[in-house]
Design a protein around this ligand. Structure first.
Ligand code: ADP
Length: 450
C-alpha cells in the first residue's frame, strides 16, 4: 500500500502541471480577451498574438440565397473543386479531389496556381460547366491580410506549403493571372475566405444564430461576428464583420508561458515552427498524441510505466497518433484493447500500465478541450457585451476530426464553456462540408447584397 501511495504521488507530480483549475482557465479567458482587443486595435494590432483578421464578410446567410457556384478548397487535407447548387429545396453539390504534388506545393507560385487552373478546367469539363462563368468562392485556409472580399494578401504559408513569390501577394490576383496565362476566360472569383468562415456560413444557412465558426482538426482556429465600430483596422462603424481570429497563435508573445509544461516545450521545440502556434499546440490533432508520448517517456523513465523500459518505437516522433486517444478514452473499452495498441508499439503493457495510459490521455484531451472552451468563452462574452445583453444565445458551427471523433472532447468543451460563460447559451452544430458549402454561400451572400 505504501508503494502504491508513493506511485500515486509520483503520477500526480507528472500530471499535475496539465491539470488546470477554474482560476487558471479564467485567466486564459481574460488573456484571450485582452489579446482580442489588442488585435482589433489599429495601433496595437501589430504586436498582438491573435491577429484578428477582417474577412469582409458582413452578413451570415438568411436562407434566401439561390444560384449555382463554383468553390475551391485549398489548405485542408485535400485540394477540392466543387460546384454547389443553392436552391429552394436546399444545397446540393458535386466535387472532385485533386492532388497537389509536394513538388508543386514547394515550387513556384506560378506553378501552383497554374496547377489549380488545370484542376478547375478538368472539373468544369467533366461537369459540363465550360460554357458558363459561375461565381467562384475560394476557401483558402492560410493567414491572409484581407483588403476586400476578393482581395487578400498572403501573410505566411503554413501546413507544408512554401511556393515562392506568393507571400505578400494578392492570392485572388495570382489565381486570375494564372487563368490569363492559361487563356481560361470562364473564371469569376467573387470571394476568398478562411475555412473557419466557411464553417460558420454553412451552419448559418440552417441556423441564423450561428455567428461563430470553430475548427479543431489538424490545427485550431475560430471566427465570429464582431461590431464594425470595434474593428479599428477597417474604416467604417456600421454593422458587423466576421473576424478570423487566427487564435492558434495565441500565446506566441509569451502570455501563456505559465500554462506550458515541460512536455509542451519539448513538443514545440521539435516542430518545424518552434515558438509559433503555441495555443494550437496545446489543443489540436497534430500535437495531442505527441504530448502523450512525451509524458509516457517521462513516466517510463521514472519507473512508473512499462517496468521502466522504453522501446525504440516509443522513442520515435509522432508514433503515438491522436486517434489513439479517441480509442483509449472510449467509454467501456476493455483494457485488453488498450494493451493491443501498446503492443503495436512493442510495449509489454500490464493492466496497471493500461489504466495509467488512459489517465494520461484523459488529462491531455481534457486540457485541450478546456483551453478551447476558455478561448470560446472570451468570444461569446465579448459578443454579449457588444450587444448590451444580459444573456446571449448563439450557435457555433464546428468542423475538424478531433472535435467530431474524440469521445469526450465536445462534452468537456461545452461543460467548461458553461462554467466560464454562464450568461451565454451556446449550442454547437457540426458543419457538413463547410469549406465547399461555405465558399458558395459567401459568394451567394456577396451576390445578394451587391
Ligand atoms: P484538417 O484540419 O486538415 O482539415 P481533419 O479535420 O481531418 O483535417 O483533422 C485531422 C486531424 O485529426 C489529424 O491531426 C489527426 O490526428 C486527427 N484525428 C484523426 N482521426 C482522429 C480520431 N479518431 N480522434 C481524434 N483525432 C483524430
Amino acid at each position: 500500500a505504501l508503494r502504491l501511495a508513493a506511485q500515486r504521488r509520483a503520477v500526480n507530480e507528472v500530471l499535475g502541471p496539465l491539470r488546470l483549475t477554474h482560476a487558471d482557465l479564467e485567466k486564459v479567458q481574460a488573456l484571450m480577451r485582452q489579446e482580442m482587443e489588442r488585435g482589433l486595435g489599429k495601433h496595437t494590432n501589430a504586436t498582438a498574438s491573435v491577429r484578428m483578421l477582417p474577412t469582409y464578410v458582413s452578413h451570415t446567410p438568411n436562407g434566401t440565397e439561390r444560384g449555382d457556384f463554383l468553390a475551391l478548397d485549398l489548405g485542408g487535407t485535400n485540394f477540392r473543386v466543387l460546384v454547389v447548387h443553392v436552391t429552394e429545396e436546399g444545397i446540393s453539390m458535386a466535387s472532385e479531389i485533386y492532388v497537389i504534388p509536394a513538388a508543386i506545393m514547394r515550387g513556384t507560385g506560378e506553378g501552383l496556381f497554374d496547377h489549380i487552373i488545370d484542376c478547375i478546367v478538368d472539373f468544369q469539363t467533366k461537369q459540363n460547366l465550360m460554357t458558363q462563368a459561375l461565381p467562384l468562392g475560394f476557401t483558402f485556409s492560410f493567414p491572409c491580410q484581407q483588403v476586400g472580399l476578393d482581395k487578400a494578401l498572403l501573410l505566411t504559408w503554413t501546413k507544408g506549403f512554401t511556393a515562392s513569390g506568393c507571400v505578400g501577394q494578392d492570392v485572388v490576383q495570382l489565381l486570375r493571372d494564372a487563368a490569363q496565362r492559361k487563356q481560361h476566360s470562364g473564371l469569376q472569383v467573387v470571394a476568398l475566405l478562411n475555412d473557419t468562415v466557411g464553417t460558420m456560413m454553412s451552419c448559418g444557412y440552417d441556423d441564423p444564430k450561428c455567428e461563430i465558426g470553430l475548427i479543431v482538426g489538424t490545427g485550431t482556429n475560430a471566427c465570429y461576428m464582431e461590431e464594425m465600430r470595434n474593428v479599428g483596422t477597417v474604416e467604417g462603424d456600421q454593422g458587423r464583420m466576421c473576424i478570423n481570429m487566427e487564435w492558434g497563435a495565441f500565446g506566441d508573445n509569451g502570455c501563456l508561458d505559465h500554462i506550458f509544461t515541460h512536455f509542451d516545450r519539448v513538443v514545440d521545440e521539435t516542430t518545424i515552427n518552434p515558438g509559433k502556434q503555441r495555443f494550437e499546440k496545446l489543443i489540436s490533432g497534430m500535437y495531442l498524441g505527441e504530448i502523450v508520448r512525451q509524458i509516457l517517456l517521462v513516466m517510463t523513465e521514472k519507473q512508473l510505466l512499462f517496468q521502466g523500459r522504453p522501446t525504440s518505437k516509443l522513442q520515435t516522433r509522432n508514433i503515438f497518433q491522436t486517434k489513439f486517444l479517441s480509442t483509449i478514452e472510449l467509454n467501456g473499452l476493455a483494457l485488453r484493447q488498450i494493451r493491443t495498441i501498446l503492443n503495436e508499439l512493442e510495449l509489454d503493457a500490464s493492466f496497471e500500465d493500461s489504466v495509467l495510459l488512459r489517465e494520461v490521455c484523459q488529462a491531455v484531451s481534457l486540457r485541450a478541450a478546456q483551453l478551447c472552451a476558455a478561448g470560446l468563452a472570451a468570444v461569446v462574452e465579448k459578443m454579449r457585451e457588444n450587444r448590451g445583453l444580459d444573456r446571449l444565445s448563439v450557435s457555433v458551427g464546428v468542423d475538424g476530426t478531433l472535435y467530431k471523433l474524440h469521445p469526450c472532447f465536445s462534452h468537456n468543451l461545452q461543460k467548461t464553456l458553461k462554467d466560464l460563460a454562464p450568461n451565454c447559451d451556446v449550442s454547437f452544430h457540426l458543419s457538413e462540408d463547410g469549406s465547399g458549402k461555405g465558399a458558395a454561400l459567401v459568394a451567394a451572400v456577396a451576390c445578394r447584397t451587391a
